[in-house]
Ligand binder design. Structure first.
Ligand code: ATP
Length: 248
């Protein structure tokens, strides 16, 4: 096992509906305090990998049929998502998923539901989230459904932070956002990583931005890791440049 790995995915295979083999033996690791990017095109298996880790495949009729997933040394693949949240692992789903009829602040507070500590701690974490996302503070009384796409993405990440995670699985944070907002979201990811020590595994089709903020990356193609390494090395790799960064 990799030294100082917080999350270790080893040779994981996922099958949907008992027959559709989608992950064909994926291995990756996220170091403690790392930002690791999971890259690849549409349908490569990024979301499936994140859902395998957070045990969200069952509702999609998917199943991990081979391999192991360990977090902080513990095998986690049979744990319920809520049990994982209590251990500090939380997923932010693609497409943001805020509760549209709740206000921004109510959304953030729903993120604290698994916690057993008191009101004061939750209040101080709310302030922590607002410090990273001043925009959410301005919008805290607004109904989430009426906020912009960027604000909803912030709200989804902020809500995850309210569970006091050690690791966030972030699915496609750039999706549907203007370049400037994408940059802003990634700046916040970096700030949370540095400020709170939260580790990130982030799935992204936007290779360019992901490799500028991540420390390491894995490229998935057709359910297999085809390349991995430090982000700086991947950025300079000729194949990555040609096929993923659109330059040659
Ligand atoms: P995207 O960016 O489109 O989400 P991705 O890399 O995250 O792409 P996945 O969503 O993991 O890819 O999908 C990988 C493959 O698994 C695709 O071929 C997809 O059609 C298939 N797949 C995903 N969910 C299911 C499901 N519930 N049942 C059957 N096949 C599925």
């Amino acid at each position: 096992p990799a030294r100082d790995a917080l999350l270790e995915v080893n040779n994981v295979e996922v099958i949907y509906n008992h027959v559709i083999l989608v992950l064909k033996g994926v291995s990756l690791s996220v170091p403690k305090g790392g930002i690791t990017a999971l890259l690849g095109g549409n349908g490569a298996g990024k979301t499936t990998t994140l859902k395998a880790i957070s045990n969200l495949l069952r509702s999609e009729r998917g199943e991990v049929t081979k391999g192991t997933i360990r977090y902080a040394g513990e095998r986690i693949q049979d744990l319920e998502p809520a049990a994982l949240v209590r251990r500090g692992v939380i997923q932010v789903m693609e497409g943001r998923h805020c509760f549209e009829h709740l206000t921004v602040e109510e959304n953030l507070l729903t993120g604290a539901y698994t916690r057993r500590d008191g009101k004061a701690a939750i209040q101080s974490d709310l302030e922590m989230v607002y410090a990273y996302f001043p925009r959410l503070k301005e919008r805290r009384k607004s109904q989430a459904g009426y906020t912009s796409g960027g604000e909803q993405q912030m709200c989804a990440i902020g809500r995850a932070l309210m569970s006091r995670p050690r690791m966030i699985l972030l699915d496609e944070p750039s999706m549907g956002l203007a370049p400037q907002l994408v940059e802003q979201i990634f700046e916040i990811v970096r700030a949370v990583n540095e400020g709170e020590g939260v580790s990130f595994l982030l799935a992204e089709q936007n290779t360019n931005v992901a490799l500028r903020y991540a420390h390491d990356g894995y490229i998935l193609e057709n359910g297999r890791v085809v390349m991995d390494g430090p982000a700086a090395a991947l950025r300079e790799n000729p194949d990555v440049k040609e096929f993923y960064l659109g330059m040659s």
